[in-house]
Design a protein. Sequence first.
Lengths: 537, 406, 381
Amino acid sequence: MASDTLTLPTEPIAEPAPPAPEEAAPPAAPVAGDDVILSVRDLRTYFYTYDGVVKALDGVTFKIRRGETTGLVGETGCGKSVTAFSVTRLIADPPGRIMGGRVLFDGANLLWRLETEAKYVTKPNTPRVKVRRYFRRIRAADTRMTAIRGRRISMIFQEPSQAMNPVFSISNQLGEVLLLHRGIEIIDSMLSATPGNPEVAAAIDAVESATARRKRDELITAAQRLGQLTGSTSFGAEAYHTARAAPPGSDDLKPRLLRAMGRLRLSRGQRQYLAYRRRVMVLQRELSQVYLEEMRGEKPLNAERRQLQRRILREQLTHFYYGVWGIRSQFQRALTTETFWRTVQLLEGVSIANPAQVARGYPHELSGGMLQRVMIAMALSSDPDVLIADEPTTALDVTIQAQILELMRDLRQRVGTSILLITHDLAVIAEVADRVCVMYAGQIVEQGPVADVFRQPLHPYAQGLLASIPRFDQPDKELQSIPGSVPNLITPPTGCRFHPRCPHAMPVCKGERPPTTVEGPDHTVACYLYTGPVAPE
Amino acid sequence: MESETAPTVLAVRNLRKHFPIKGGLLSTQIGAVRAVDGVSFDIRQGETVGLVGESGCGKTTVGRLLLRLIPPTGGHTFYRPPDDALAQIDQLYATLRPYANQLDDGRRVLSPRAKEALAKLDVLANEYSLYRKSRREMHELRGKLQIVFQDPFSSLSPRMLVRDIVSEPLTIHHSGTRAERYRRAADLLRQVGLNPEHEWRFPHEFSGGQRQRIGIARALALRPDFIVLDEPTSALDVSVQAQILNILRQLQVEQRLSYLFISHHLSVVRAISQKVVVMYLGRVVERAPTDQLFSSPMHPYTQALLSAIPIPDPALKRERIVLKGDVPSPAAPPPGCHFHTRCPAVMPVCSKVDPPLLEVRPDHFVACHLYPQAVVRPAAGAAPEGALVAADAPEPLDAPFVPTAS
Amino acid sequence: MTALVPTATSAPGGRRPNPRIAQWKRTWYFLRGNTLALIGLGILLLIIFVAVYASSTSISWIAMTSYCGTNQQAGGPSTCGPGYPAICTYPAGNPPPGPNCYQTPKENPSEVPPTWSLHPLATGPLPLGSLTVNPDEQYFFSTYQGLLRGADWSLIISVSVVATGALLGLLIGAVSGYLGGSIDEGIMRLVDIFLSIPQVLFVIIFVAVISEVHPSILGLSTTASAMLELIIAFIVTWWPFYARVVRGQVLVVREQKYVEAAQASGASRGRIILKHIVPNSVYPVFIQMSLDVGTVPLFLGVLVFLGFRIFPNPYFPEWGSVAALSVNELTAFLQTCQTISGCVIPWWQLFFPGLALFMYAISVNFFSDGLRDALDPRLRR
């Protein structure tokens, strides 16, 4: 067993489909004025229920910079998940409503035309409020957000086993997402493949000899060269994995590879189908650009939008026969295989051993840790600007959590996506995040670089949180709990929402909400105990 | 410490639970999931024993076996055995250890010595073992052995008022009149820090921490000796967790309770337990007093567990042992030492021979081929096949594990 | 998102609010907002009102025209009450002795077939059948009267069949699902056996045999005992559906931790089933019940249409049977109306009972849908 040198390398065999952007600087201390990609200002979200209005978020302000990992930490009920869903506008519309605020993503106002979506009527003598929703406008806003969700902002959730459809294979689900976001590049590479290159035969021989001699590094190089020559990196990956999976001593590797290469030679019908798909994808991409422009300029672009929608419809109608399953399946085979091998590359990128086997399998065959990796792969397949991770490791065991956190750190170095990590586990934040925002009852009470906040927490709530965590390396530490419990958000405390539980409460805390003041380099806190300069919005 | 001389509440010996896997045409048994495969430890009065391990290691099953909520496949749990009886039991097990293979096979051709030992063990088991008690006796004991569950959302019946939930154990045992029972329920709620006027509400109106307190109140209703705490704080936030742990400690001191604290959060276990038992795939891999386990963990799995815990201090940089791969399925555990497929210190012998649980330092038991020699005596309970014989002084151990500040 | 539910942090100042009343108030609030449910509730209440009134007053307070008939020759002694014009019957083949006399079939002289009708809702005789069992006293009724008197029978039959069947199925399903093992297997095989009994045949045979052997059980009158036999026959074939559905839900509920907690406290199996399993497994039963309540009267109509005399009297005023029997009359009319002028096909005899059945079924459906939505804890409101 130990002599088998064909175990999987930790580096992916070829570059996964999304090329890494240029240098994502591992941030030590983010300088003010760094590139801000997502800016949330004074976000308010209320839920209108039978028992009254739940003021879940009441003026949340924070920023996410490029390449930085921001932690959003707080306990159950503080509104951190609601914040994430408000940013992507996934709040369940009855009963929730985003009330106001400004969410700027890459210059686009995601809350454009929010005020036109509903009217509110308070009823006397009851805590209930009647909400009159204009569903057409809400749906329009939702359609606009499809340009952002999944493409520019991705999310992964807590329970990976519930996030995947159990009746479809992993490659099917991953491939669907990949095709949606990267379809144009995939089809372009398929159309420009060069299987007729005369040096290909020699490359295949090289692969075969490397396999026979069980030399892993040679095999990797040979497979990469094969990929280069055929103009298709996914074929390189296919060759590598086929060679790896071949039983030792079999001599049919070369004919198998030659047969597999057949998929690179596209017939005329296939080319036409691929060209059609590409056209539709280009139009859809232009449409999402239009949505983005609408939100950026805060001006409706009805003419362009309708024109693009009409063109898409026309394409689909004139090629209606591609909608017939029998016809489509003829032409789609090459695309499906190509997508399959690209998903294998993606899975390699998240350090899954046996990616080909996993890709062919189904969600119920994988453990929680592996499924979470698949989810991360899915989320990163579109090379988003922001990845929102909502309690990604809470449902996993400690050793698996360590693996996933390692993966996230590794990806941060390699890919450079900004991550918004939502969790209630401060230790996870300490491991992975650069900045942390501490939330309590719908308000951000403290924000700052992780080292500063942990070493010297300013807000009494943050202090209480850190004091109540048991530390196995500090056994004599007394576990201090914060007295009381999380307030009822229908009738929250006035002023600072923490004042009923705060050991340092003063009469002024009951009055107005404390302003957010700057207390250190990029370290802000909302508490009357501190008298620094008020933070600029 | 006082707990060393306190009477033993529960003595678990060689506990096994195998779940059959049915298959084939007539649903015959084709295999077994060895959820618990030979677990032994003691719990004394007033003591908290922490049981740690990851999902699939069988710790939840052990909790249920201790309460006889599910029947065991083998082994015994002795309830309140006097010290001399317990010593006798351990001696009998030691006598039977060489015959472990024959006993497992069910062969009845045994030497007279083994038969005599078995007979004596039988007598003692009939007297003290929970699994030999009659239904009546067990019913009476139910109040003494209680459990608090992990999920505060599904552990309280959603259609019952809180006062009914907390007084239900009293109703089952017909203690007192209705009014008395409700009065005691209010009293219990006060003990766990809840306002007794909350008894008129339904569980779904409470937060997770409050529900967990209701669960604890219910467990206390019949004045138990021993409570199994099955991950009681895993579903709760940190500050609420601190509240619950403080209440549990307070109740333990007030009412001389013993706890079996099942968890996969080692930091929490350290805060509340006096002894820790580490399980992996149904077997005990390490067992030691808490301070010893955390300051010098010996089994590679324990070391990996400890290094995997994230610490809420960004200034600390640690050398992390990241284990490769996933936990194998308990239906097809790897041969020999179950951990050898992921072990960073694996040796050829590990895939062939099961390491026995040996006392490598005083009161510190490890089951690993890295430590083949016991210092005092082998652990209680029948050793698996291929047991190595105890010898004399141990070899010098590895340096203790301490997170270093950067 | 569990934090959105208000947590019980503030003590309810002093008095003890009854939480169950608060729950019903909340349910009513949601029902109020659901228009369809209100419509269903309204129709249901109307039907119940009609049933109660029509059955409590044996002669309806609305001026109806009822005729009392005898089986004897014209001029024979009449046992009718005051104010009821008598009709008579005469054997087939003879000329009608009087204006209100009707032919009886030779084979079964106690049966009086319906006759022509020219003015549907006026005071003319529209004999559809009898309101009693006694062949010597036969009251004939119009469609209108049949609707009114039929309401209570349809309600009684459907509600008692469904309620008892559901209860029986609930208990058996809960016991089977909770105990598991060979008991579960045995009971499920029993359920399979019952499910494979053809409902139509069983009801017919059961009622026929029992009513022959014991015309009056439990000391009830023949009508009541015949209806009881009918209801029992239905229940026997209806409960297995509920047992199946409940068992599925029980398999989920018994894995919940509160069941385990009750076991840990030493609760007996019976107590666990009654107090923990059953209240949490009734949800799917409601769905099935609301569908069945409309199905039962339809089923009865099917039986009567096929010609089976399961009622004590062939022209029993029950919606299903009224609708079914009117088909015969309609076919007869269709033939003769081709020759006779001014003849109106009595479409209303089929339409209105059918409409009544439809309204009944659909109002129960709407209302139970609305009730289910109002009670569902998962819908966030």
